[in-house]
Design a protein around this ligand. Sequence first.
Ligand code: URA
Length: 242
Amino acid sequence: MRLDKYLADLQVGTRKEIKEMIRKGLVTVNGEIEKDPGTSVSGEEGIICDGEPMEYQEYVYYMMNKPEGVITATEDSHQETVLDLLPERRRKDLFPVGRLDKDTKGLLLITNDGQLAHRLLSPKHHVEKTYEAWIEGLVTKLDVDRFARGVELEDFKAMPARLEILQTYVSQQDQMENKSYVRVTIHEGKFHQIKRMFEAQHKKVAALKRISMGPLTLDPDLPEGEFRELTPEEVAALKEVE
Ligand code: URA
């Protein structure tokens, strides 16, 4: 791989900044100053850039706390995407694993590891996804039982899902103001699945947040709109998903 691309993948700077650093003699390869940005490197060399030893990572993994109002896509000419929330210098091969609706927030994995993404999304693996949601109206034990049996939707029958009622608010004045806070765990990821499962019970999801996907749980210290690299333990746990 070209030296400038190698350093760009490590988010050392933009291609332009990197070329400039190389030309200024700030980059050494195996102890020798290298002034050609196009020189070929394999990643096995000892590369030092502006005094910092470089360690190449083929795959990178970020946890994002997606805010409402951004779309889960890599690019869009009109709307802000989740990748727009990452810094300019990010590598170009990143993509979000799975999809959250524009008005859904919470845990989103962003990576360039296609194999892992494929495994996490494959219907074969039934990776658990847990959401917390505000629902308009009162969620009841009947809904819990229906979710547990598998809700019939227009085009498919959802697999059994775990619905837990965390809080209910009953308005004394207006029953239209009743609401419930619930946790739902599903094993699929069909389009608008949670919203459609509640719609089938004649209830509307007012707010939806994903809190976990397989072994990965949203970091409670990660503010909305921010991201962080996964820890090696989190990456290892994801790779163990069967
Ligand atoms: N289910 C939905 O309805 N929306 C999401 O964003 C995720 C799951």
